[in-house]
Every structure is written in structure tokens, then in C-alpha cells.
Design a protein around this ligand. Structure first.
Ligand code: ADP
Ligand code: ADP
Length: 232
């Protein structure tokens, strides 16, 4: 499904090269929940920006469904980005828009008609259990409900891949459980491939099939969750 081949990513910072990732080789299969775990500064954000095509690798290739996408021009990338849904730590909802309009937003960007936007938005709000809250504003919802709106918005364009960036890190343990349960249901019901970035071992254990451990820009281990965590 998605493949990272010999990826290196460095930044120029005050005239010096900062290596954020090196020698990254990774293959994420269709339909799996794949976790990427590492401490702060390990390179997780950089990895996610490579996967959602906001950044290009310094060297190496990103391959999506057999197509090398790291060398595509910007207009083509924009089309592919619509097939990648993003869920954020702090939800990133528009506070001045209703729940419905927040979910409609990516559909509007994709050029869908207003009526079709609404129909699709209600469909995904139903999926996350919030159809009754469509007319409310984000501030009227709990953190967990806001994250459900974030997930609905990420699903609106019927993505091929869902990227979750510390999606439960701002939530209490109980709410974390319900969001992880929802993500698991989405994976099972829609067969959607999910990549989840986290610093929490618990999150990985509860929902991921496979995991990669990243330290100082290098993948130090990857494999089935049970194998990686039973033989540290
Ligand atoms: P994480 O998300 O795991 O905290 P990051 O990917 O943000 O890690 O960062 C990995 C390394 O790359 C860090 O040393 C960070 O300072 C550096 N880095 C990330 N983004 C930039 C940037 N835009 N310019 C310079 N250095 C960066
Ligand atoms: P997060 O809290 O999501 O891990 P980060 O702190 O890693 O976010 O990064 C926030 C933003 O700052 C990113 O866009 C990243 O590119 C940039 N950034 C991170 N480290 C550096 C750095 N050393 N120099 C310049 N920009 C950086």
C-alpha cells in the first residue's frame, strides 16, 4: 500500500544540516493498523509529513499503490492528498463553523456540490455517532466528541489512508479508550489502512497490528506488536 524506500530527510538550520530521518525502509500493508512510536524529537512529525506529502524526502522514494509519489508535481500531489485523511492531536476544528460545516470543509475544497457535501458529512457523522450534533459548534462538545468530528472530517473524502498524529494524546484515559475503539471499528468495517503516530506504548498495544520504533531518526525495530514488545 505505502512504502518508504531508503528515506533520508535533513533540514538546514542556521547553516547546519540537521538529519531528521535516515535509512528509513518501511512497508505498510493495505488494511492494517500500523503504529509508529518514538520519543519527542525522534522524527515522528517528519515521517508523518512525508506520508501526507507535505514534505519530500531529501533522498529515497515514497511509493503509494505502486506509484512513486515523492517526485510528482504539486497539482498531482494535491489530488493524492485528498485520499489521505489526517487526524490531529488538538483536533484543528474551525471554531466559527458548525460541526456539519467542519466536516463539509474538505469536500468543498474537493469541489463537491453543497447538497452532496451535506449528505456525505451526515453519513460520516453518523459513523462516528455524532449525527445529532451536526448543528452544534465545536466549543459545545467534549474533547472526545471534538475528536470524533476530527475523525469524521478525515473520513469525508473516503480516504485510502488515515493518518493519526497523536490523536489521543490530549484526551483522558477513558476518552482515549473510546476513540481507539472507534478507530478499530473503522479499520474493521471499512477495511481502511490506518497509520498512527504516538509516544504511548499502550495505544500501540491496544490497536496496532504492527509497529515501528523510531529513535533519533532511525527505525530501530519493526514487526508484529506482540513480537516487538515481548522481545525488547
Ligand atoms: P518528533 O515529531 O518525533 O518530535 P520531529 O520530526 O519533529 O520529531 O523532529 C526530528 C528532528 O528534526 C528534531 O531534531 C527536530 O529538531 C528536527 N526538525 C524537524 N523539523 C525541522 C525543521 N523544519 N527545521 C529544522 N529541523 C527540524
Ligand atoms: P509536534 O509538537 O507536533 O511534535 P514539533 O515541535 O515537532 O511538533 O514541530 C512543530 C513545527 O516546528 C513543525 O512544523 C516542524 O517542522 C518545526 N520544527 C521542529 N523542530 C524544528 C527546528 N529544530 N527548527 C525549525 N523548525 C522546527
Amino acid at each position: 500500500m505505502i512504502q518508504l524506500e531508503n528515506i533520508r530527510k535533513s533540514y538546514l538550520s542556521a547553516g547546519r544540516e540537521v538529519v531528521a530521518l535516515s535509512d528509513i525502509n518501511l512497508r505498510i500493508e493495505q488494511g492494517e493498523v500500523f503504529g509508529i512510536i518514538g520519543r519527542s524529537g525522534a522524527g515522528k512529525s517528519t515521517l508523518i509529513r512525508l506520508l501526507n506529502l507535505l514534505e519530500r524526502p531529501t533522498t529515497g522514494r515514497v511509493i503509494l499503490n505502486d506509484q512513486c509519489i515523492s517526485e510528482l508535481a504539486e497539482p498531482q500531489l494535491r489530488v493524492i492528498r485528498q485520499k489521505i485523511g489526517m487526524v490531529f492531536q488538538h483536533f484543528n476544528l474551525l471554531q466559527s463553523r458548525s460541526v456539519l460545516d467542519n466536516v463539509c470543509f474538505p469536500l468543498k475544497l474537493a469541489g463537491m456540490s453543497r447538497q452532496a457535501q451535506k449528505n456525505r458529512a451526515l453519513e460520516v457523522l453518523e459513523l462516528v455517532g455524532l449525527a445529532d450534533h451536526a448543528a452544534k459548534y465545536p466549543r459545545q462538545l467534549s474533547g472526545g466528541q471534538q475528536q470524533r468530528v476530527g475523525i469524521a472530517r478525515a473520513l469525508a473524502n473516503r480516504p485510502d489512508l488515515l493518518l493519526c498524529d497523536e490523536a489521543t494524546s490530549a484526551l483522558d484515559p477513558e476518552t482515549t479508550q473510546s476513540i481507539l475503539k472507534l478507530l478499530r471499528e473503522i479499520n474493521q468495517r471499512l477495511g481502511l489502512t490506518i497509520v498512527l503516530i504516538t509516544h504511548s506504548m499502550d495505544v500501540i498495544r491496544q490497536i496496532c497490528h504492527r509497529v515501528a520504533v523510531i529513535e533519533r531518526g532511525v527505525l530501530v525495530e519493526s514487526g508484529d506488536v506482540l513480537e516487538v514488545f515481548l522481545h525488547p
